[in-house]
Design a protein around this ligand. Structure first.
Ligand code: GDP
Length: 298
């Protein structure tokens, strides 16, 4: 991911090397190239516009620093602005003062929520926590079994609705899951919820009801980085519907152009907290905006 954006930006900066001073025309030409590179990487237009305007203004008004030549100065500005777009400082999980901490996962079907629940569970377990995964996705036929399998592989307990009781109520399952965690002294609960192929009112209402029933400390929006521009509209709908607290980018191992990663945090005002980078349990990272920005500009 980002290889094409990365190549385009470094070619742009190469053109500035050796210049003693940047004229306004140089800055404009550079900003134009940055703009095109971001748009081609599928970054949402309002995000690109804002980004380009800030970089232009900062590049034109930046003091000539003794240590950096003009090209380096522009790279520094772009780096700092990329970090900002990606959410700024690394945002750690917020744990409840009184356990259990509840983490609710929301997002479209196929976004990678169930897979993420397993990864997050294992990561939490490795950090000394005693997580419980709650199977409140009763929409997708295999979601409960999938979570049980993933939980077993991760060595993490799973709370699932009893089989044979009909379809069941996901809100009730989520509520009972949290109660069970309290009784059995699990200190973190990860609630997997149902998505649909697209945003729909019934799904959003169910997610909102699960939110009300479990009072989560974190509501993480899991988004498939491969869906490009659509990630932004989906993120906005979930932000309004369930008051997200953070974002998880999944499928960062794919050949997506990276636009979703750059747009979602900026558009929602919620930080990217984790990245999913494959189908295996270990393909999971805490997301560091500064490292991602460096990767893009390397
Ligand atoms: P859910 O419907 O949101 O619960 O999505 P799933 O967790 O079932 O994931 C949908 C598909 O995407 C599955 O085939 C997963 O194996 C796959 N998947 C999930 N996360 C990743 C990832 O980070 N990288 C890749 N390549 N595949 C992923």
């Amino acid at each position: 991911m980002f290889s094409s954006l990365s190549d385009r930006l470094s070619a742009t900066f190469k053109g500035l090397r050796g210049k003693g001073r940047l004229s306004e025309a140089d800055v404009d030409a550079t900003v134009r190239e940055i703009r095109r590179a971001l748009l081609d990487a599928d970054v949402a237009l309002p995000v690109v516009r804002q980004f380009a305007a800030v970089v232009r203004e900062r590049a034109l008004s930046s003091e000539v620093s003794g240590a950096l030549n003009p090209a380096q100065q522009v790279v520094k500005i772009v780096h700092e602005e990329l970090v900002g777009v990606l959410g700024g400082e690394t945002r750690r999980l917020r744990f409840a003062k009184t356990p259990p901490t509840v983490i609710m996962l929301a997002g479209l079907q196929g976004a990678g929520k169930t897979t993420l629940a397993g990864k997050l569970g294992r990561w939490l377990r490795d950090q000394g926590h005693t997580p419980l995964l709650v199977a409140a996705d009763l929409q997708r036929p295999n979601a409960v079994t999938q979570l049980q399998v993933v939980g077993e592989r991760a060595g993490v307990a799973v709370f699932a609705p009893e089989p044979g009781n009909g379809v069941g109520d996901p809100v009730d399952v989520a509520r009972r899951g949290v109660a069970s965690a309290r009784e059995r002294h699990h200190d973190v609960v990860v609630v997997d919820t149902a998505g649909r192929l697209g945003v729909d009112a019934e799904m959003m209402q169910q997610a909102a009801d699960i939110r009300s029933a479990t009072s989560p400390d974190e509501v993480l929006f899991v988004v498939d980085a491969m869906i490009g521009q659509d990630a932004v509209t989906t993120a906005q709908a979930f932000l309004e519907g369930v008051e997200l607290t953070g974002v998880v980018l999944s499928k960062l191992d794919g050949d997506a152009r990276g636009g979703a990663a750059l747009s979602v945090a900026s558009v929602t005002g919620r930080p990217v907290m984790f990245a999913s980078t494959g189908e295996g349990l270990a393909d999971f990272e805490v997301f560091h905006p500064d490292r991602m920005a460096s990767r893009i500009l390397d």
